[in-house]
Design a protein around this ligand. Structure first.
Ligand SMILES: Cc1cc2nc3c(=O)[nH]c(=O)nc-3n(C[C@H](O)[C@H](O)[C@H](O)COP(=O)(O)O)c2cc1C
Length: 232
């Protein structure tokens, strides 16, 4: 017997095909305007907007519904300063010693370097943590399934929600990010996933002129006719 009762699919909405098409295209147009920004304004952002975006992130699907993520919203100047200091130290190591030539070449068009002023300028740094396992009140561990995939999905929804609300963010991954556990007081069972620098763009913010792959470059469609060979 399942002790969790089932409920009706009340929230789901269906649209006529034309309306679906319009909605799909409108969403695509919205998402095509999303860009990673590295120059931020210090203009404050009301916290309820961040909370709503985080609540949207919390709707993500997750392995066995274990919701294996934790988000820390940092707004304090001193904490941001400590994160910047630690991140810049790691980035210096990365750029000067750890990064392969290939990696540095891939980063070249983005113009990134070891200087991370946005970690202090932006009103919020949202640190995302993956929980490899959960803890019951009595201290027993609960294994999480697909925690990285699930946290990636939640983070994608968060980025989308922030963009939809009219904010910008930078997906920042100083490598390694273990210092975030110490500064933010998160247990070692949580792995820092990434740091989402969030706010308004600086007035004169510029972004790299990059191109996105066309649909045909990253999607294939398979009907029966396209499947070759032995499909047993
Ligand atoms: C997992 C991940 C890690 C990233 N890490 C960094 C980073 O540490 N620093 C940075 O400047 N950009 C970082 N980025 C941003 C990418 O460079 C950016 O998404 C990419 O260049 C495409 O640009 P767009 O987001 O404007 O489309 C990261 C993005 C992802 C998804």
């Amino acid at each position: 017997m399942v002790n969790n009762p089932f409920v009706a699919l009340d929230g789901y909405e269906q649209y006529p095909v034309e309306e679906m098409r319009t909605r799909a295209q409108a969403f695509l147009a919205t998402m095509q305007r999303r860009r990673t920004v590295r120059e931020f304004s210090d203009r404050p952002v009301p916290i309820d907007i961040i909370e709503a975006a985080l609540a949207a992130a919390g709707t993500a699907p997750s392995g066995a519904n274990l919701q294996p993520w934790h988000f820390v919203v940092v707004s304090g100047a001193e904490t941001k300063r400590r994160i910047r200091f630690a991140a810049e130290a790691e980035e210096k190591e990365f750029y000067e010693h750890r990064a392969s030539k290939e990696w540095l070449a891939a980063l070249e068009p983005l113009g990134t370097n070891t200087d991370k002023p946005f970690l202090e300028t932006a009103p919020y740094l949202i640190a995302v943590f993956v929980q490899k396992f959960g803890l019951l009140p009595d201290g027993r561990k609960v294994k999480h399934y697909y925690p990285v995939e699930s946290t990636g999905l939640a983070t994608g929804i968060l980025i989308t929600a922030l963009h939809h609300a009219g904010l910008v963010c930078l997906t920042h991954t100083p490598s390694p990010m273990g210092f975030l556990n110490g500064i933010l007081g998160r247990p070692r069972s949580e792995r820092p996933f990434l740091l989402l620098v969030t706010g308004y763009p600086a007035e004169d913010a510029r972004v790299p002129d990059i191109r996105r792959k066309a649909l045909s470059e990253f999607v294939s469609f398979v009907g029966d006719a396209e499947v070759g060979g032995d499909v047993r």
